[in-house]
Design a protein around this ligand. Sequence first.
Ligand SMILES: Nc1ncnc2c1ncn2[C@@H]1O[C@H](COP(=O)(O)OP(=O)(O)OP(=O)(O)O)[C@@H](O)[C@H]1O
Ligand SMILES: Nc1ccn([C@H]2C[C@H](O)[C@@H](COP(=O)(O)O)O2)c(=O)n1
Length: 423
Amino acid sequence: MNCEVNWLHQCCLNRNTAASPRQLVLKFGCSRNQRRCNCTTALPDPSLADLSPCFAVVAFHLGPWCPLTRMRLLSPPTLQPLWGWRSRSERSPGSPHLPPLGSASPMELSPAVGGRGEAGLYSTSRHWAELCGAGGPAWRAALALPCLPSSSCFETFETFQVPSFASEIFVSFQFRCFELETWLKRNTQQNFAQPYQISGCTSLIPEAKAVLDLVDTCPKHPKKGDFPVIVIEGLDATGKTTVTQSLKESLNAILLRSPPACISQWRKTFDDKPNHIRRAFYALGNYLVALEIAKASIESPVIVDRYWHSTAAYAIATEISGKVQNLPPEHHEVYQWPEDLLKPDLVLLLTVSPEERIRRLKGRGLEKTKEETELEANSLFREKVEEAYKRMENPECQEVDANPSREEVLKTILQLIKNHCSS
Ligand SMILES: Nc1ncnc2c1ncn2[C@@H]1O[C@H](COP(=O)(O)OP(=O)(O)OP(=O)(O)O)[C@@H](O)[C@H]1O
Ligand SMILES: Nc1ccn([C@H]2C[C@H](O)[C@@H](COP(=O)(O)O)O2)c(=O)n1
């Protein structure tokens, strides 16, 4: 089964989509007062997110003198690659200089005030993860002059003269995305969807092959049996494990979880990979658990601890920066269930107040995952995950107030199941 996770590209929707549909804007400016240069990138076109694996790089060509201090700037070669970008979610090991895509942040050019510059857009025929895989600063080495113009790795798309600070103006370079896309395709022979498929990284991550081999053994479109399939969703520590265990006993049900046991030994490996690869793993996990659901639901009711909605809600919340309002609008296709994935009969979303969740997390005292730490620290992220859950459609998530006692929550859920599944 070639389970693509291309839909996740949609999660890379940028807030400014409507404003400027197909333009990539790089804005450079120098300010005498601030004594530093700024570079702002905006990536208003979601389809451009596909290009990020062949990420573009802006290099800054510093002039030799600072007119303010009359000090010599950097010694030649003066072309200093200072900026790169990639998918917003990908963190760059070893590169504190690469802020998340779409964010505005000062370039580290303080000592170079006044330098005339040259900005360039470059591409790489290699995937970001591959460049970073070597231990972090590999991308820097790959960018360093004189390899830029001649490198097989990087090619120049276009370069621009950036005026000196004295003009105190900001310059915008607008690349027409269509041209950029065409150019990159021609020059890199990349299929942009490829890096988003787990198959694209089997040479980098041996476990990916093992996961794909397993998925290949799955029949396509497995059918659900006659017994109900109930999924329990929610943020961590909302009580999913507690509820699913109790439901198992009360309903004499089979309890499954996604990702399923057959791939859980590789979970740690993928949790440490760039987000899109990690997500591909979880997406495949859902397809594998679907097979288990199909078999189990022939024999008895099935309870599933997390399923597709988890993968989608966390992915959307990770990819969308800023406020909850930046989430794709309701009914957007990112909230739709994948056509080829077995659908459950009922999805229940456990919600608890932030205070109660923290109480429960503390009470549990287990080792936290990277994301759990983020969830704890970042209430905005948590809100976005929960809001994304609530926007899911077909099947939607039915919210359950899980603040009350274990017994009360179980009673509510059993009643919901009875109402839903007996009709
Ligand atoms: N209704 C409840 N009232 C009080 N405490 C609860 C309730 N439900 C669960 N807990 C406690 O809260 C903690 C978290 O519960 P649980 O492990 O079931 O959450 P979870 O959603 O499965 O978490 P995760 O997704 O991180 O595995 C546990 O210590 C559990 O005993
Ligand atoms: N089907 C799934 C299951 C889990 N995830 C991700 C979402 C979170 O990052 C993390 C939570 O898992 P837990 O600690 O509750 O086991 O795993 C997913 O994307 N898809």
